[in-house]
Design a binder for this molecule. Structure first.
Ligand code: ZN
Length: 302
């Protein structure tokens, strides 16, 4: 154990003769709520659609937009690798119902892809979106265990940067997301733990979170179906493709790997919102999900 990895970061495994644990939320039958309707989501992905909105998101900035239930959102990297921090809220909840990264991580996995859903917080707990396409679906796990579309970490923010570097730096995903949602009445505390789109991450042998250079190429995209009316927000991470990131603007890490200005590795993002040409047919068997109807001594069901 070095002086930089201590008690909680031990890497030596100990054997207690335990059986291999099963995933805690593994579906127990084909009727499980965790088994998606593959035919439905394949049909949605393939059905003719029309573009209803496009948002170009410049480097190091954020953007919020509305998307109706039944619509499709595509987020892409038009010019090459760029990490994208994503938040979403049910549009009629006053920012109360939002994506719940940790429960989604338990219900699916630490990193998500096609057919996974992004679930909402309590007292709602319903799918807000279902992922229907992902051009990086075949990436990973890489030689270090890295996978893309990360639910392990969260957004970069100026508070942790100040804590670690001592600098006041205003280019962070948290700040971009907050500035973006003000357009719809959102407050700073409405920004929540993110889905890191196009970002490769994992836990090393010490259980420590790591980030790798974004593997996306120009034209890669991530696409989801909106299960409810949504307000979405993204930040084009000011760390860019994360090939040259560090705390503080232009700071160097102790090993001198972070040399200078991160803008050289920042690229724009693009958002497109589509509607199905014939939603009545394609979505005939689909119903916008409702919150879980828990009827115990609290919750929202009367
Ligand atoms: Zn960021």
């Amino acid at each position: 154990m070095s002086s930089l990895t201590f008690t909680s970061q031990r890497s030596e495994r100990k054997s207690y003769g335990l059986p291999k644990p099963v995933p805690a939320y593994f579906p127990t039958s084909k009727k499980s709520i965790l088994i998606p309707n593959f035919e439905l989501y394949d049909a949605i992905k393939q059905a003719p659609r029309g573009l209803v909105a496009t948002h170009e998101v410049p480097i190091r900035s954020g953007k919020a937009w509305k998307a109706s239930k039944g619509s499709i959102v595509r987020i892409s990297t038009p010019e090459g690798p760029q990490v994208c921090d994503f938040n979403c809220w049910e549009a009629n909840s006053g920012f109360k119902e939002h994506m719940w990264a940790s429960r989604t991580r338990q219900l699916h996995s630490s990193h998500v892809s096609v057919y996974d859903k992004l679930w909402s917080n309590l007292p709602y707990l319903r799918p807000l979106v279902t992922i229907i396409d992902d051009t990086l679906a075949d990436y990973g796990p890489d030689e270090h265990g890295g996978r893309v579309y990360d639910l392990l970490g969260t957004r970069c923010d100026p508070y942790v940067d100040k804590l670690l570097s001592g600098e006041d730096v205003d280019f962070h995903c948290h700040s971009n997301l907050y500035r973006a949602i003000r357009e719809f009445g959102g407050e700073e505390e409405n920004v929540h733990d993110v889905l890191n789109i196009f970002q490769s991450t994992g836990l090393n042998e010490h259980g420590q979170y790591f980030m790798e250079t974004c593997p996306a190429k120009a034209g890669d995209y991530f696409e989801f179906f909106c299960e409810v009316d949504l307000i979405c927000a993204i930040s084009a991470c000011p760390g860019g493709d994360l090939s040259n990131w560090g705390w503080g603007e232009g700071a160097e890490d102790p090993e001198g790997r972070n040399a200078g200005d991160m803008t050289s590795v920042c690229r724009p993002l693009k958002v497109e919102v589509f509607e199905l040409n014939d939603s009545a047919t394609v979505l005939a068997k689909w119903k916008s999900p409702e919150p879980v109807k828990y009827k115990g001594n609290h919750g929202i069901t009367k």
